[in-house]
Design a protein around this ligand. Structure first.
Ligand code: SF4
Length: 69
């Protein structure tokens, strides 16, 4: 397999009304999450290369604002 950027089945979204802007997800998976102001958003769905980091962020979010769709 040479395509490291292939998509995974993982799709994430952020409940912006719950997010407290702690920056944990953006620090853990900066290719997937970005802070704009005090709220994080998904800038790109996870790839095979960063799915593990995205899942780690999902599980670590202190307010469970990251959801797998
Ligand atoms: S880890 Fe959760 S609370 Fe923190 S910035 Fe990301 S979505 Fe928001």
């Amino acid at each position: 397999m040479q395509n490291r950027e292939r998509r995974t089945n993982m799709k994430v979204s952020i409940d912006e009304s719950s997010c407290i802007g702690c920056g944990l997800c953006t620090g853990t998976a900066p290719e997937v999450f970005e802070l704009s102001g005090s709220v994080a958003s998904v800038i790109a769905q996870p790839t095979a290369a960063n799915e593990a980091a995205a899942r780690e962020a999902l599980e670590a979010c202190p307010v469970d604002a990251i959801h797998e769709d």
